[in-house]
Design a protein around this ligand. Structure first.
Ligand SMILES: Nc1nc2c(c(=O)[nH]1)N[C@H]1C(S)=C(S)[C@@H](COP(=O)(O)OP(=O)(O)OC[C@H]3O[C@@H](n4cnc5c(=O)[nH]c(N)nc54)[C@H](O)[C@@H]3O)O[C@H]1N2
Ligand SMILES: Nc1nc2c(c(=O)[nH]1)N[C@H]1C(S)=C(S)[C@@H](COP(=O)(O)OP(=O)(O)OC[C@H]3O[C@@H](n4cnc5c(=O)[nH]c(N)nc54)[C@H](O)[C@@H]3O)O[C@H]1N2
Ligand SMILES: [Mo]
Length: 720
């Protein structure tokens, strides 16, 4: 009898693009990952994992895993590849790059990456170093949060906000443009705790989400009208005298001018724009202003519209109007990222940045490499000149499926003269179009450090198993490429552990005692905030100048020029915007473009699917089964007009493209709106065309963000 090998447990964390960043335990037997579980000790994770990660071994050992470097042998996209060695791959890539740099300059090379892992090592450190040193075209990483952060920034100066654990003390909670039950599942038990203590939980979403079904009250506005709703709420609050005048006087700039702007949104106008009843608006405003502890969990839904920055800007004025900041259970949370005081200089190494036509590092005033907005990768690959993009290096992302206007993206990726390298775990839609594919480790196979955009814990990811096949971590591959390029900077010798130690090298009191060794032992640590749950803007914070002069802090920590909340923003004005928030109809709407809306009368929203994470997990069979097939929810009246019944296959199209989606007919959306959970791979979609063939590559009003939800379409039965 052979003895049963003991199962060992390793403390690690989930690396995926999700606000929860769960502390995990990996179970390993005989070098094989057998299962994973949520770390029961972590007060936010509470021992639970989401449906997607609960069977992580399915993804780690997926049949789609890439295990060796591959070189394309057939025509582009033919999926014909031959295994090569790492040495061959590195030599071939760097030979091509050197030739391209010599002929066209380094800006002809473009890295494309986003958040396949959110690790400090394998995301943050990788997005600068080599590319900066090379002088390659810079990528503006704007697909997700850029618009929301820009809008928030004009008001509070940064996106500092509530500790999610503080929601347990709230009395009125709004989930605004976020489907928490799918995208932030660990916040839901905290909200239920507040509900058990009597809190009222409201969801504002054009689609009746899972979260809406768990709410006490569901409010269903027209898409892209949230700015009008926020200004209308504020107008009512001012008119009823429910605003907090002392707070406004002390901590804000321009509140009277702001009030006058809000008064341009009386009930009748707000109701007409949002499609909500006047009673709904007054009840929402009254409850929000009078609960005593009102919290907003702001999601990204409305920020992915043509005026997404302005939408967020309008909503984040609300806590100021009622003086919600600085009190338990009260305020707003968009993203926690900015709270983590890791040493960004050491991680990102901006000092390495070169100008494209100069070998010396870029100094103040020197020309920086050109920047390409990732939301317009299709345009960049097909139309950019001087120089055109001749080489693309993709990691941590699947642009063929996730980027908007994907017909154009695919056209670019299919260019025979484009040299594409894709570093991936899976044979994705993008990998299939590569010239060289490099195998990437999963988080179970490499060391990393996680901050979070949805809570205040820092986690160490300790590898649980050996790399599968010949897979390598991002940092190791980029270091090898840098050395093969002849770059001798010592930074390219840094290991993952070096990067982590650099990241933790800070004297911020928030990180006191959070050392590499501490994290190795405990797996995670919460930031050492002055209160727990942390209450932002509760006490004066010294600016660096105040600290240097030995003065007390005068501001509560708003990082605007004035140190106050800027309801009237001169900075916005300098940037070419209205100094006051306002509502603008979505660029694709009957108000803004009647001719377009006549041809394409339905606003299609395509947000996060419950069982997928963007296009990650969309190839895991059990999760595909749960998600069933690419589907579209349409309203009963819209279906009846077109002779559609539940379960029909629909053709959905606009000027950008068309795709086939299975109809779910009902009342989860209002007439004129449709909803399709995303993102399926092209590979697994009918006619190999997934949802982003329909979405626009238009940029948001501020921040250069994505506008997936400003998307008018027409649909009919596929056999009509
Ligand atoms: N299961 C799962 N979890 C995820 C992800 C995933 O794909 N799947 N993605 C991760 C990532 S990268 C991110 S950025 C986050 C995103 O998480 P969230 O911030 O929750 O964003 P979404 O799910 O994209 O959209 C949220 C909701 O916004 C609604 N919405 C669309 N337009 C509007 C509008 O104009 N106004 C209002 N009020 N609502 C609108 C949509 O109907 C949707 O229900 O989730 C992360 N978590
Ligand atoms: N229609 C529509 N489109 C959307 C959205 C939407 O709501 N609707 N959401 C948008 C949003 S919010 C976002 S953030 C983007 C997300 O866009 P992406 O960041 O591209 O997200 P994923 O689709 O998850 O692709 C990540 C890829 O990285 C790979 N990967 C994971 N770990 C590693 C690693 O360690 N190394 C390497 N080299 N690769 C790794 C994964 O296998 C996966 O294929 O999509 C956007 N696209
Ligand atoms: Mo995102």
């Amino acid at each position: 009898m052979t003895p049963i090998t003991e199962e060992i447990q390793i403390k690690t964390a989930c690396p995926h693009d999700c606000p929860d960043t769960c502390s995990m335990v990996a179970f390993v037997r005989d070098g094989t990952l057998t299962r994973v579980a949520g770390n029961p000790e972590n007060p936010f994770t509470r021992g639970n994992l989401c449906r997607k990660v609960a069977h992580y071994e399915e993804r780690v050992y997926s049949k789609d895993r890439i295990l060796h470097p591959l070189r394309r042998t057939g025509p582009k996209g033919s999926s014909e590849f031959k295994q090569i060695s790492w040495d061959e791959a590195i030599a071939e890539i760097t030979d091509r790059w050197r030739q391209i740099i010599q002929e066209s300059g380094p800006e002809a090379i473009l890295p494309y990456s986003y958040a396949g892992t959110m690790g400090i090592v394998n995301m943050s450190a990788c997005d600068g170093r080599l590319w900066g040193r090379m002088g390659a075209s810079q990528l503006l990483r704007t697909i997700c949060s850029a618009a929301a952060e820009a809008g928030y920034g004009y008001v509070n100066g940064w996106s500092g906000g509530m500790d999610p654990e503080g929601f347990a003390n709230s009395k009125f909670i709004i989930a605004w443009g976020t489907n928490l039950s799918s995208t932030n599942v660990h916040l839901m038990p905290i909200i239920r705790e507040a509900q058990a203590k009597g809190a009222r939980f409201v969801v504002i979403d054009p689609y009746r989400t899972r979260t809406a079904q768990a709410a006490d009250w569901f409010i269903q506005p027209n898409p892209g009208t949230d700015a009008a709703l926020a200004l209308g709420m504020a107008a009512y609050i001012f008119q009823q005298g429910l605003h907090n005048e002392a707070f406004l006087e002390q901590h804000t700039i321009g509140w009277r001018a702001f009030r006058d702007r809000c008064l341009e949104y009386p009930l009748a106008r707000t109701a007409q724009i949002t499609g909500l009843s006047e009673d709904t608006i007054t009840e929402l405003a009254r409850a929000y202003a009078t609960s005593g502890a009102s919290a907003i969990r702001l999601g990204y839904g409305m920020s992915r519209t043509s005026h997404g920055g302005g939408m967020v800007r309008a909503i984040v004025t609300l806590p100021a109007v009622i003086g919600a900041w600085g009190k338990p259970g009260s305020g707003l949370l968009l993203s926690a990222s900015a709270h983590f005081p890791i040493n960004r200089q050491r991680v990102k190494r901006p000092d390495l940045m070169r100008s494209p036509d100069d070998e010396s590092p870029v100094k103040w005033g020197r020309k920086r490499p050109r920047a390409v907005n990732m939301n317009q990768i299709g345009i960049a690959l097909t139309a950019l000149n001087d120089p055109p993009i001749r080489a693309l290096y993709v990691y941590n992302s699947n642009p063929a499926a996730v980027a908007p206007n994907s017909s154009l993206v695919m056209e670019g990726l299919r260019r025979e003269d484009l040299f594409t390298v894709v570093h991936e775990q899976m044979m994705t839609d993008t990998a299939r179009l590569a010239d060289i594919i490099l195998p990437a480790t999963s988080q179970m196979e490499c060391l990393d450090l996680m901050t979070s955009y949805g809570q205040l814990y820092i986690n160490l990811c300790t590898p649980a198993i050996a790399p599968l096949g010949e897979s390598r971590a991002n940092i190791d591959v980029l270091n090898s490429l840098a050395k093969a390029m002849g770059y001798t900077d010592p930074v390219f010798d840094e290991t993952a552990e070096d990067v982590i130690r650099g990241a933790l090298d800070t004297d911020s009191p928030l990180m006191a005692g959070i050392t590499y060794e501490y994290l190795q032992e405990h797996g995670y640590a919460k930031l050492k905030t002055t209160s727990n749950p942390y209450i932002p803007y509760a006490e004066p914070v010294q600016t660096p100048t105040e600290a240097a002069n030995g003065e007390h802090g005068k501001s509560l920590g708003f990082r605007t020029g004035s140190g106050k909340i800027e309801l009237y923003s001169q900075r916005a004005q300098r940037d070419g915007y209205d100094p006051l928030p306002d509502y603008y109809p979505p660029a694709e709407s009957a108000e803004a473009d009647p001719e377009l809306a006549f041809r394409y009368p339905v606003n299609l929203l395509s947000p996060a699917a419950h069982h997928f994470l963007n296009s990650t997990f969309s190839n895991v069979e059990s999760l595909m089964k749960s998600e069933r097939e690419p589907r579209i929810w349409v309203n009963t009246a819209d279906a009846a007009k077109r002779g559609i019944t539940d379960g029909d296959m629909l053709r959905v199209w606009n000027d950008r493209g068309e795709t086939l989606l299975r109809a779910v007919v009902g009342e989860n959306v209002r007439a004129g709106v449709a909803w399709s959970p995303s993102i399926w791979w092209h590979r697994d979609s009918p006619q190999e065309k997934s949802i982003n063939v329909l979405t626009p590559d238009r940029l948001t009003d501020m921040g250069g963000g994505s506008t997936f939800h400003t998307n008018l379409v027409q649909f009919a039965r596929a056999d009509a």
